[in-house]
Write a protein that binds this ligand. Structure first.
Ligand code: ATP
Length: 434
């Protein structure tokens, strides 16, 4: 089903996925905090990425580099000179916009006046601050606008210590910061966000092959985690859209409520970054191929995804409503690996003899999966809450349980209920949850 933007934003707030940051102070625009369910979902998205990109591969290792790096890094990478967006300002209402995101330059989308825009000027997106107690140009530093450079500057460290041979990749998940001109659309575009990036180093002549390989691999990842194929699209960048370092880029786009928009960019960064760091640092970042006796600078294929943006897309994609006996049921059909909670343990009523059983059952299951033990409200409302947050299984303890030592396990998607012996519950769930 297609879902409107407000519905999912409201659900995210109401159920504790995402809160406006600094809400008690009126909120800080474009900053968000992840609540108890949101943090689990975000962690699961990152965990799945790490699992497929690092753990399951012989040819990729991970790192976690500093957010604040030497300013020379950003000089060499070209970010200081050209990590800019074209900024225009409306001379009537003083609102600022990214020129390339405006539908027309004839009319301001905010105040509606015509012909009020200033000439575009290049606005650098990096956040600048100072290191140490003195604020002077000499100690200016930047918050990283991408995790990728932390990988390039560690290329030789990682190659040497992990004894990696080409082709191989280095992956990283972490926060990045961009002083976006027009943040918005909830967590789609924020000034602080998380990225999941992998730099795959290879021989220059093999770069095209690996480029195509990673396009296929990345598509497989989204679809394997349940994203509907019709909502994912690959789009090749036109020559005038390419970043300063790229010889080719494919965007993975998702069908957001406002149309297709980027989730991930897969780029052939050539040898641009390693060469730039070689020149600026004077360090040798070439690779010596022992078999052929050649020395060269590797090419790099980069799948660069946004963790926070992707989490939002999974949330949208999972949202469903269906009619059940004259009522509308809202259900998040999240893949079980992504669901924030895997199991809810529910006594049919608050009666102490039932709660005693659910307390013990919850204690048994808690080390195995993220669970919730919920004893409040009528059972129907508790099922609805679990459906809305995407919990795959609800276990209900009723009065029969006291006699037959069995519980009811309800499946989120089909609402089918199985009666399962208490001592078989963990096995039953393990078969389904993994
Ligand atoms: P856009 O065109 O949307 O500004 P980009 O092409 O500059 O993005 P990249 O530099 O390729 O983005 O970054 C890789 C990924 O990081 C993006 O595909 C996106 O998922 C994520 N990302 C980039 N900027 C933001 C942001 N401001 N907020 C949330 N996620 C972001």
């Amino acid at each position: 089903m297609s879902i409107d933007f407000d519905t999912i934003v409201n659900l995210a707030k109401k159920r504790g996925f995402v809160f406006q940051s600094s809400e008690i102070y009126g909120g800080l625009r474009s900053a968000y905090d992840y609540g108890p369910l949101g943090v689990e979902l975000l962690r699961n998205v990152k965990e799945q990425w790490w699992h497929s990109m690092v753990r399951m591969r012989e040819d990729v290792v991970g790192i976690d580099s500093a957010i604040i790096q030497a300013p020379s890094v950003w000089e060499a990478s070209g970010h200081l000179a050209s990590f800019t967006d074209p900024l225009v300002e409306c001379t009537n209402c003083n609102n600022r916009f990214r020129q390339d995101k405006l539908e027309t330059l004839d009319q301001c989308p905010s105040c509606g006046k015509r012909d009020t825009f200033t000439e575009a000027k290049n606005f650098n997106l990096m956040f600048k601050t100072h290191m140490g107690p003195v604020e002077s140009p000499d100690n200016a530093v930047y918050l990283r606008p991408e995790t990728a450079q932390g990988i390039f500057i560690n290329f030789e460290n990682v190659r040497r210590t992990s004894r990696m041979r080409l082709p191989f990749g280095i992956a990283q998940i972490g926060k990045s910061f961009r002083n976006e001109i027009t943040p918005g659309q909830f967590v789609f575009r924020t000034r602080e966000f998380e990225q999941m990036e992998m730099e795959f180093f290879c021989r220059p002549e093999e770069a095209d092959e690996w480029f195509n390989y990673w396009i296929d691999e990345r598509k497989r990842w989204y679809v394997d985690l349940g994203m509907k194929e019709e909502n994912v699209r690959f789009r090749e960048h036109d020559a005038d859209e390419l970043s300063h370092y790229s010889a080719g880029t494919f965007d993975v786009d998702y069908r957001f409520p406002w149309g297709f928009d980027e989730l991930e960019g897969i780029a052939n960064r050539t040898d641009f970054d390693l060469k730039a760091h070689m020149e600026r640092s004077g360090k040798d970042l070439t690779y010596f191929d022992q078999e052929s006796g050649e020395r060269f600078v590797p090419y790099v294929i980069e799948p660069a995804a946004g963790a926070t943006r992707t989490t939002f897309a999974f949330l949208l994609d999972a949202y469903d409503e269906e009619e059940v006996r004259g009522d509308t049921r809202t259900v998040l059909r999240l893949d079980k690996r992504l669901a924030p909670l895997k199991v809810a343990v529910l006594p049919l009523s608050k009666k102490p003899e039932l709660v005693e059983v659910t307390t013990a059952l919850a204690a048994d299951l808690r080390p195995l999966w993220p669970i919730e033990h919920d004893i409040t409200q009528a059972i129907g409302r508790r099922y609805r809450r679990q459906d809305e947050i995407g919990t795959p299984y609800c276990i209900t303890v009723d009065f029969d349980t006291l006699e037959d030592h069995a519980v009811t396990v309800r499946d989120r998607d089909t609402m089918a209920q199985d009666r399962v012996a208490m001592d078989q519950v963990a096995t039953y769930l393990r078969e389904r949850l993994g």
